[in-house]
Design a binder for this molecule. Structure first.
Ligand code: SAH
Length: 355
């Protein structure tokens, strides 16, 4: 199957010339027949990678309570949109809904929306959530004009990026070429001025690579506009940092890093999230970028972990302790993953983030 997509890409490049990395990523991830997310459920031990909600129910529970607290802080508006972008298996939303059952009025007021591009994963989400009260949309711009509480976990890292190499003569885009051995590989376009990159001349030197993610800017700005206009809050959780520099494009298959051109459509392709670029694209207020470990500890993960541990023993207890460490420890997801919250100017920031 990977060979089929590779053949399609090679034919396309031969016919149309080298393609941007963004085109390559988008095709590999979302090609309707051979795309990574279109053909599989990649999560979990037996899949290619494991995400925080799949590691432990505690992650979604605490995220759910932070969203519900923010909804209460803003006067419990009804109805409101409870949305997730890139919901994977639907585990995070299921944990959010279970944890918020006891929050008076929250479920009655919530209109649940999942923003998902993959038909395969929509089917998985429908099974996990097993409720009629869910709508799917393909794009955040189709969300209702209403107060919006939203979560995105490991969504923005899947959006297509472009890469630019700073040369003596200007920015040279890294493009995907067909190599002499009929393989796929990187080449450099001729130097051009990119208006988008003018501000990166100050913090880069010749030889540096910078990345841009135009779809991320469009999506976050649409979310931020809704929060600004109607109220609400968002938690954006992903790996990356406030300011991105360098080549962060990576392929992962069966939990191992791979050559991103080896098996198009069969490996997950991601890039680190540039949170500064997201913050610059929203009209609403945004928090500081807070490490996931700190965020979860502020929300009370230690107490929640102890409560769950009280009913566990043997392997169950051991797995639970390992999961807690994976989510919070600095050597695991605790520091690499960051959380940024969006909220209306003048409103109380969401719990757990620094401001
Ligand atoms: N949030 C989940 C899954 C993260 S994987 C978790 O934490 O487990 C990325 C998710 O984003 C998948 O559901 C994928 O199908 C979806 N996705 C990727 N690109 C998308 C796009 N452009 N629009 C909507 N969904 C997208």
């Amino acid at each position: 199957m990977g060979d089929d997509l590779k053949a399609i890409l090679i034919r396309r490049i031969r016919a149309e010339g080298p393609m941007t990395l963004a085109d390559y990523m988008a095709t590999c991830l979302l090609h309707p027949q051979f795309g990574y997310y279109a053909t599989r459920d990649p999560f979990g031990q037996s899949g290619d990678f494991i995400t925080a909600p799949e590691i432990s129910q505690m992650f979604g529970e605490l995220v759910g309570l932070a969203l519900a607290q923010s909804w209460i802080d803003q006067g419990s508006p009804s109805p409101f949109t409870l949305a997730e972008v890139g919901p994977g298996r639907g585990t995070l939303m299921a944990d959010i809904l279970r944890a918020t059952k006891a929050v008076a009025g929250f479920h009655a007021a919530a209109r649940i929306y999942l923003v998902e591009a993959s038909e395969t994963l929509k089917t998985v989400q429908a099974k996990t959530l097993n409720t009629a009260n869910v709508s799917w949309v393909a794009d955040v711009s189709s969300l209702p004009d209403a107060p919006l509480w939203l979560v995105a976990n490991e969504f923005f890292d899947a959006l297509p990026i472009r890469q630019f190499h700073r040369s003596e003569s200007g920015w040279r885009e890294r493009l995907v070429h067909v190599t002499e051995n009929d393989d796929l590989g990187f080449g450099l376009a001729t130097a051009t001025d990119f208006a988008d990159l003018a501000h990166r001349l100050d913090d880069t030197v010749v030889g540096d690579v910078v990345e841009t993610c135009a779809p991320a800017r469009g999506i976050i700005s649409s979310i931020g506009q809704r929060i600004n206009a109607f109220g609400g809050g968002a938690l954006i959780i992903d790996y990356g940092d406030w300011h991105s520099l360098g080549d962060t494009f990576q392929a992962v298959r069966s939990h191992q890093p791979r050559d991103p051109f080896e098996t198009p459509g069969l490996a997950d392709l991601t890039a680190h999230v540039d949170f500064e670029a997201l913050a610059l694209a929203v009209p609403c207020a945004y928090s500081r970028v807070t490490p996931q470990g700190v965020f979860l500890e502020r929300l009370g993960i230690v107490v929640r972990a102890q409560a769950l541990a009280a009913n566990l023993s043997g392997d169950g207890l051991e797995n639970h302790v390992t999961a807690f460490q994976r989510l919070t420890h600095a050597d695991e997801m605790g520091t690499l993953f960051k959380v940024m919250a969006l909220y209306p100017h003048g409103a109380k920031p969401l719990a757990g983030v620094g401001v």
